[in-house]
Write a protein that binds this ligand. Sequence first.
Ligand code: FAD
Ligand code: NAP
Length: 513
Amino acid sequence: MGEGDELCGQEDLFCVWSKNIFKAACEVFCIDDDHGGQDDKNSIFHNDSTWKPNKYRFSIVAEVTELAAALCHLHKRKVVETRIISRQNLLHESSGRSTILVCLQIGDTQELNYVPGDHVGIHPTNQEELVEKVMERMEELPAFNDVIRVETLLETQTEQGPQRKWVSEKRLPPCTVFQALSHFLDITTPPSPELLESFAELATDPKEKKELEELTQGTHKYEDWKWECVPTIADVLEEFQSVRVPASLLLTQLPLLQPRYYSISSSPDVYPSEIHLTVAVLKYRTRRDQGPVRHGVCSSWLNHISPGDTVPCFIRRAPLFHLPSDISVPCMLVGPGTGIAPYRSFWQQRLYEIENQGWKPCAMILIFGCRHSQMDHLYKEEVMVAKEKGVFKEIYTAYSRDPGWKKVYVQEIIQTQLPVELFHILNSMKGHLYVCGDVTMAQEVAKTVQEIIAAQGDMSLNDAATYIAKLQDENRYHEDIFGVTLRTREVTTKIRSTSLTCWQGTKSMIGSA
Ligand code: FAD
Ligand code: NAP
């Protein structure tokens, strides 16, 4: 097994790893030099997937595959088509940002079963303008409305000698090029070094060719470029005008457009045929905030589509983030910003149980965090109503940018106001702690919880870490992590510089070995 860090040196480490794994595989399967030269062996890894002119062609087919069925086939998931019913910006318009409540309707014949805490995977559509920009630079394009299938020339060795035949590529369903770039292929993630290598081969301007070759070689240069400019395929083709890119290259070599996950923000008991999402609309500038504006693919798409439009999605179970089956145990919920998303399904569920089933669940504690009390306090009124009706015992809010006030984060509230209560809940009451949102926040909350357990339980930090591991084993310490979402640029730069030091160390160890 090898490990790579996406933020630093992953390409280089993969090359070293793949060579080693190949050597090991040859030994395991007793493939020695008699079975062919080194070139043959190396080609095994790259044989089928690399693009070469004349290796691909298009055939025109009669019918396009229906979108949900195509996505099911492509991602091996049970994708169904929901429709957007409504969208509402939850932030004050003067905040300059958008966090939206998106309500999706599940069709009568569709089956989408979920419980509070589960995730929904959304298959987004790429921005039309970007698709058009890419298409403008593609060569050997079929006609716009032609439904095509990509075919590969397959070479096999037979007793009669090498034989060639055209076979259908299974990766993409029959579709037009516009559909492929809109729904199935990732056109916004910076292109990989392998794809840049193909572009370098196709570049006719020697200066551009050299620049592209340089990018594909030194990892540093590639990664600095990737993180600084965050270039999409359209940007690269715009920058390197002499690259003539055949349609078959992009259709076969671009990665698949991946679904985005969202924590479900509704209870199926309250909204049996709906799914609600709380989505932070991603917008940032490249080149240290001086470059062009970038829009997150899925969050921006959800922010632009109209009521009635189709949203293909699937449910992903999150059994480690469900409410306890014993409603009498206490729960503490921690989630700043969009980290509040799954808790809306929790409070709706509890409200339903109180009002419709006559249950008396133990009232929960919510610790939320946002920048300004007046602008981005998500679901403030809903939470207050839920408290009045007995869902919450206490609600705490950490404001980080309220003018005239000290910056406060959720972990500080736990540390300063709730250490005794937290330990009592976890230790004496066998209660549950839920943490949802950004990874750095979750790590800092975990550190705070460890310190509190050590202090309150009169134990060492190491013992407190073991205590937390036990809570996790008992499914009482729950985390729902979104990735790096808060202070993305700052955190990414910090992680990159730390990773760089580790990576240089690993590299010099590999070198000396
Ligand atoms: P993309 O097009 O995927 O762009 C995101 C990428 O942009 C990042 O990976 C990063 O590489 C880059 N980027 C971001 N900011 C910067 C910057 N400042 N500088 C340079 N590059 C940058 N999100 C929610 O809003 N609500 C939820 O409930 C939610 N739940 C989640 C649950 C899980 C389990 C997971 C894994 C994630 C969840 N997310 C949630 C995040 C969500 O899945 C998407 O990642 C998010 O909406 C962004 O997707 P996008 O397609 O809009 O952006
Ligand atoms: P937010 O409003 O940016 O932040 C919520 C609160 O968390 C703020 O008070 C913030 O304080 C605080 N915070 C920051 N770092 C923290 C830490 N380490 N520990 C605890 N609290 C911390 O959150 P949001 O509404 O969820 O929006 C997040 C932003 O991320 C959006 O602008 C969105 O575009 C983007 N986003 C990115 C992705 C992605 O995939 N990269 C996904 C979703 C959202 P500060 O005042 O210090 O910031």
